[in-house]
Design a protein around this ligand. Sequence first.
Ligand code: FES
Length: 127
Amino acid sequence: MSELPSHTLHICVTCRPKGASPDAVRDGRLLFEAVAALHAEWPARDQVALNGVECMSGCDRACTVALSGPGKPSYLFCDKAPTPETAAAALDLAAQYAASDTGVLMRGDRPGPFRSGILAKIPPAAL
Ligand code: FES
C-alpha cells in the first residue's frame, strides 16, 4: 500500500480575468487541466497531490496557485497565466517545496513564473 502525498499543490479552477464572461471556460480550469496532464506522469506525484479548488480569495489576481505541506509555510501565488510554461513551473516549484526541509522558497531559486506574485506566505501551524 502506498502512502498518501504529504504535500499539496492547490490550483483555483474558478479563477478568471477581470471582465471575463462567467460563462466562458475559466483560466483557472485551463491551468489546472494543463498541470493535471503533466502531474499524471510526474515522478514526484507520490509526494505532491494536485488539488483543484473553487476560490482561494485571490479573485482579483487570477490565476491563483498555492502550496501547503507539514511543518512548512503555505504560499499563495497570484497573477499566473494559464500557459504550458506556468503549468510546468508549478510542478518544478512543488518539487522544490517538497524537497526542502523548511519549505522556504527563495525568490531567486523559484522557477521564472513564480518569482513574483506572492499574495500570502502563512507560517506553519504551531503544534
Ligand atoms: S476565483 Fe480563484 S481565487 Fe477566487
